[in-house]
Design a protein around this ligand. Structure first.
Ligand SMILES: [Zn+2]
Length: 147
């Protein structure tokens, strides 16, 4: 748990400043001066490492996995049916194998994005980072760290 240090920063602020430094790094590369490049690059990668840990939760992909299931199924189906002459029942099954996992994925991802994701994002936006020991914590769980 948190070490009790008052030296804390809101997680979302670390993440934003991390992105700002990454942006500065890109500009430095574009300018292309030798020393400037080196310095900008070091700061940039160091900052982006700590902002990586502070990154917000992400939404689940909804459509893309379904497309992947569909096209893998299509390729397998075309390959198999061009080699073997399939009985019609097997042909039907091989045509629709992609559907149950796709339906399951749609159900799970839509549920996650609608209910779980907003809760995680709200929790993330309330989190603090201890600059001394690196712990990420919610102030409500630790009395007296509200500065
Ligand atoms: Zn600490």
């Amino acid at each position: 748990m948190q070490c009790g240090s008052a030296d804390t920063t809101k997680l979302s602020l670390i993440w934003q400043s991390g992105n700002a430094v990454i942006h500065a790094k890109t500009t430095g590369v574009d300018i292309g001066s030798g020393i400037g490049f080196g310095t900008a690059f070091t700061t940039g990668s160091a900052q982006s490492l700590s902002s990586l840990r502070a990154s917000p939760p992400e939404k689940m992909q909804v459509i893309r996995p379904v497309l992947v299931y569909f096209f893998i199924n299509l390729i397998v189906y075309v390959a198999v049916s061009s080699i073997f002459s399939l009985p019609s029942w097997l042909d039907l099954i091989l045509n629709w194998v992609w559907l149950p996992p796709s339906a399951w994925h749609l159900y799970k991802s839509i549920r996650y994005n609608r209910f779980q994701y907003p809760r995680l994002l709200r929790q993330w936006s309330q989190c603090f980072h201890c600059n001394r020991c690196g712990t990420i914590f919610l102030p409500t769980q630790n009395q007296g760290v509200n500065s």
